[in-house]
Unconditional design. Structure first.
Length: 299
């Protein structure tokens, strides 16, 4: 009796996804991921009858069908979506690879798919931090804000004391959102119109600078980010997000204090504004938000 054919390149699993994404970098390790793929074939009416899925932390091993984390074994199923992970708990902030091989209705076993990659996010117990917020007097925004002042006098900054010197590898700035009611010193209320929404990312500076220092006076500061046009570094907002995230990666600085200065503040004639929420990521030993004591330019 002959063995079923193997490695038939007429049929191949492709378009590997995890929870609907091709290479997600923020998979929640406390939730069960779901895998999916598509059977690519040149044979008419060919269909999947079984699969075997492996997950591991070694890309080469996974490419050869060895799953050091989880091996589903052969599963008789035509399903190619919402395949639930059933291995040990995934680690926090870790990179994994996975692949799948299929059997088809004519007994063909495909080659292993090119491994796909995913990265887990931090578990709640591994993350500590708080959103920065500051409301001088009666607040009219959500998040941190400066006072209103004439454009000619607009030199606004805020800084955060991390408590001790930390390695800073990335910084994320989140434009203030949502906004409740914004009233200018001229007693004018800003409201959206059919062609413009002044409340979207309200107060986020057009240009800004991010510096890191060990001295709260920033005499030894290292400038790690300098942005002329903030729209140029904003990422596309995810579903449900009203404002873009301004993310700066691959930073290399060490310091206790992080300061954001509005070099070109947001302007609403005839006054200016700085509003922001921020988050810093220290990847040396753990991730760290901009938590701790917040200070700002005194008025």
């Amino acid at each position: 009796m002959s063995s079923p054919p193997t490695g038939d390149r007429r049929c191949q699993p492709t378009a590997l996804t995890l929870s609907g994404e091709t290479a997600p970098e923020n998979v929640d390790p406390t939730r069960t991921p779901q895998f999916g793929w598509r059977l690519e074939t040149t044979r008419r009416d060919s269909c999947q009858t079984a699969y075997r899925l492996v997950v591991g932390d070694d890309e080469h091993a996974v490419a050869n069908g060895r799953g050091t984390i989880w091996d589903s074994g052969r599963v008789e199923s035509q399903s190619a979506t919402a395949i639930t992970y059933d291995g040990p708990p995934l680690a926090s902030d870790a990179v994994y690879y996975w692949s799948v091989t299929l059997w088809t209705d004519d007994g063909t076993k495909t080659d292993w798919a090119t491994p796909a990659q995913f990265q887990t996010a931090l578990r709640p117990e591994d993350w500590r931090g708080d959103w920065i917020s500051h409301q001088p007097g009666t607040g009219d925004t959500n998040g941190w804000r400066s006072r209103w002042q004439p454009p000619a006098e607009a030199t606004e900054w805020f800084q955060v004391d991390l408590g001790e010197s930390q390695e800073i590898s990335s910084v994320e700035l989140y434009p203030t959102d949502p906004i409740d009611i914004v009233t200018t010193p001229d007693d004018a209320t800003l409201t959206p119109s059919w062609d413009n929404d002044p409340l979207e990312a309200f107060g986020f500076p057009v240009g800004y600078r991010i510096a890191v220092a060990n001295d709260p006076a920033f005499t030894d500061a290292t400038v790690v980010v300098s942005v002329v046009d903030s729209e140029g570094n904003a990422t596309t907002p995810a579903d449900g997000e009203a404002a873009s995230v301004h993310r700066h990666d691959d930073l290399s600085a060490t310091g206790r204090y992080v300061r954001v200065t509005a070099t070109d503040p947001y302007t609403v004639e005839p006054t200016t504004w700085l509003a922001d929420a921020a988050d810093a990521d220290s990847r040396h030993t753990e991730s760290l938000s901009l938590s701790g004591r917040v200070s700002h330019l005194p008025h």
